[in-house]
Write a protein that binds this ligand. Structure first.
Ligand SMILES: [Zn+2]
Ligand SMILES: [Zn+2]
Length: 104
């Protein structure tokens, strides 16, 4: 299955596009800590519908530098979610046919 990167239209398979997004578009990933609860989140924008995906990050320990130290790992998860989102919500826009999804 081939698809287009939703941020810049580069073509590739799922894994290639995932690595490409992490390597090329990691500055789009934002991380934030709620000052009251101390809960951590990552936010990644969908360029196709304007939705921002906000998910809770649950570190295994209470490391206040978690978000900066584990940025790469967070990016891997965040762009994986975004890839899933665009493939299922915007298949036409990323060049995926719905029958290709069913067969995988
Ligand atoms: Zn791209
Ligand atoms: Zn979207």
């Amino acid at each position: 299955m081939q698809l287009r990167c939703p941020y810049c239209s580069e073509m590739g398979g799922l894994n290639v596009t995932h690595s490409h997004m992490v390597a090329t578009h990691h500055d789009l990933l934002r991380t934030e800590t709620d000052s009251e609860s101390g809960k951590m989140y990552y936010v990644v924008p969908c360029p196709l519908c304007g939705l921002s995906y906000r998910h809770r990050v649950k570190p295994r320990n209470r490391n206040p530098r978690f978000l900066s130290e584990f940025r790469k790992e967070i990016a891997l998860v965040a762009f994986d979610q975004m890839l899933y989102h665009v493939v299922h919500e915007h298949p036409d826009a990323v060049g995926v046919k719905v029958d290709e999804l069913r067969s995988e």
